[in-house]
Design a protein around this ligand. Structure first.
Ligand SMILES: [Fe+2]
Length: 144
């Protein structure tokens, strides 16, 4: 699997988080397609850097959100996010060292780790907030 299209079954119910999850899948797809096309060069490295940067950004945003609403699952999310980032670092290490199978590693990460995290852990945490601040940030800020 080289491409990871968004599906509504991944939706958490939070507008901002879902928009970022879509972007994560887009960046994972760019990398998957580059790897499937046999790119183990700077194109794949750029795609992986973009995925890694956005993964860190997204998890930091999500943790800030969960902290702001005092979500009880914040500590657990932090640990899961750290583990997911380590997986991406491992992909980068494998790509740089020309290890074969980074595409398969990416597909496993998306399908077995990232998507279940979105669908179960993020969705449960957001459901537990009762829809607090499920509006875009600028709008949420204006409501405060
Ligand atoms: Fe999360």
């Amino acid at each position: 699997m080289d491409s990871f299209p968004w599906s509504d079954e991944y939706a958490t119910g939070n507008w901002a988080i879902d928009a970022q999850h879509r972007r994560l899948l887009e960046l994972a797809s760019l990398l998957g397609e580059a790897l499937a096309a046999g790119r183990a060069d700077e194109i794949a490295a750029e795609a992986l850097a973009a995925l890694e940067n956005y993964t860190r950004y997204h998890f930091a945003e999500e943790e800030a959100y969960f902290a702001s609403i005092r979500a009880p699952s914040l500590a657990r999310h932090r640990r899961m996010h750290a583990s997911l980032v380590l997986d991406v670092e491992s992909m980068r290490f494998n790509l740089v060292s020309r290890h074969p199978g980074v595409g398969a590693q990416l597909a496993r990460w998306v399908v077995s780790c990232l998507l279940p995290h979105m669908m179960y852990e993020d969705t449960a945490a957001i459901a537990a907030t009762g829809g607090k601040r499920s509006t875009p940030r600028a709008q949420a800020a204006a409501e405060e």
